[in-house]
Design a binder for this molecule. Structure first.
Ligand code: 4GX
Length: 234
């Protein structure tokens, strides 16, 4: 998979993409990251990428010409068509099923905006998939882009050592994870549940599934509703 990221702050990405799973994925040749500084495409002496909004109001708006040029430049670097993605609170809220779908693409191109927003003709003309990582306001799309990239890259076949791992985790089956324990058995009077030390794998599996259901019902009634569907008193 080739991932392009268009941003005014390319230096924000190296610490994240150069660490842990995203780094390992690139080292294994399963993904490559390509950062493009949108400011390099500014065509005036001041290197402007934004301007004041027509109609007045506070803040600055990212301009079309520089961003279109940056997108077209990045897309020319590889013949495969890129799925364009733009991070904004106006987007559809990103979830695990979208990470799974996006992980099937050969090429993704992320637009990480800063400032108050984009000229609407960026959406109209480039037709990106608009994604939000949640209902709060960030200073820019960079962190949101990294969240989405991380969630996608760890799903690529061969990235995680344990192939089952990614699929087994929370959300994949619609339930939260069960509680985990390791040594010591007694930590300051807090004990590891006996069933986990019983050696009875059927009992352990049953306990874990119960715990997943309790937790999901208690903490995430929205997920529980989807999982349990119309079932009563589960
Ligand atoms: N999930 N932000 C984008 C600039 C902006 C404003 C309006 C387009 C329209 C965010 C989020 C997020 C802050 C990123 C505003 N772009 N992105 N930025 N929540 O808050 O994705």
């Amino acid at each position: 998979m080739r991932i392009d990221i268009l941003t005014l702050f390319p230096e924000m990405f190296a610490p994240i993409l150069g660490t842990s799973i995203p780094k390992r994925a690139a080292e294994k040749g399963l993904v490559s990251y390509h950062l493009t500084n949108v400011r390099d495409f500014a065509d005036d002496a001041h290197k402007s990428v934004d301007d004041r909004p027509f109609g007045g109001g506070p803040g600055m708006v990212m301009m079309c010409p520089t961003l279109y040029d940056a997108v077209e430049f990045a897309e020319r670097q590889d013949p495969r068509p890129a799925r364009r993605i733009l991070l904004s609170p106006q987007g559809r809220v990103f979830d695990q099923s979208m990470a799974v779908e996006l992980s099937k693409n050969q090429r993704l191109l992320f637009i990480a905006g800063h400032y108050e927003g984009f000229d609407e003709r960026i959406i109209e003309g480039l037709k990106p998939l608009e994604l939000s990582i949640g209902d709060y306001v960030l200073s820019g799309g960079e962190l949101a882009t990294m969240v989405v990239v991380d969630a996608i890259v760890r799903l690529l076949p061969g990235v995680l050592g344990h192939e089952q791992g990614a699929a087994d985790e929370s959300f994949a089956e619609g339930l939260l994870e069960f509680p985990q324990y390791t040594r010591p058995r007694d930590f300051r009077g807090m004990m590891v549940p006996d069933v986990l030390l019983s050696g009875n794998h059927a009992d352990i599996a049953k306990w874990r599934l119960e715990q997943r259901k309790y937790r999901t019902r208690d903490r995430r009634p929205d997920l529980w509703q989807k999982y349990a569907g119309g079932m009563e008193d589960v």
